[in-house]
Design a binder for this molecule. Sequence first.
Ligand code: FES
Length: 116
Amino acid sequence: MSTPGAEAEEPERYEVTLCWRDGRETSLLVARDETVVDAAERVGLSLPYGCLYGACGTCTGKLLDGTLEHRAEPRALKERHREAGYVLLCLAVPRSVCRVEVGATVQADLVPNPWK
Ligand code: FES
């Protein structure tokens, strides 16, 4: 419901689709002030995470479509990772409908393999 004469309001929640590399996809509604990790936990979905404050990188996802904002400095990501679309889902809050690649293997993209 909108108030007559009010500016267009931002939606309270956005649909965020989580895409695993094995082809599974699940959509959930994430509030503007809720992180993707918190929203996933709320509905019983397991996403990898560790510190929950942006330092470890365990929760790394890759934004495929849409806009996510970090609500604090994502210290575990280098600038080039952020430019390539990587996000920390423990800090990421939605600002549009989004699609995000998730799962433990996404973080491995950021770490060079010394054995190759
Ligand atoms: S859980 Fe550690 S950076 Fe997100």
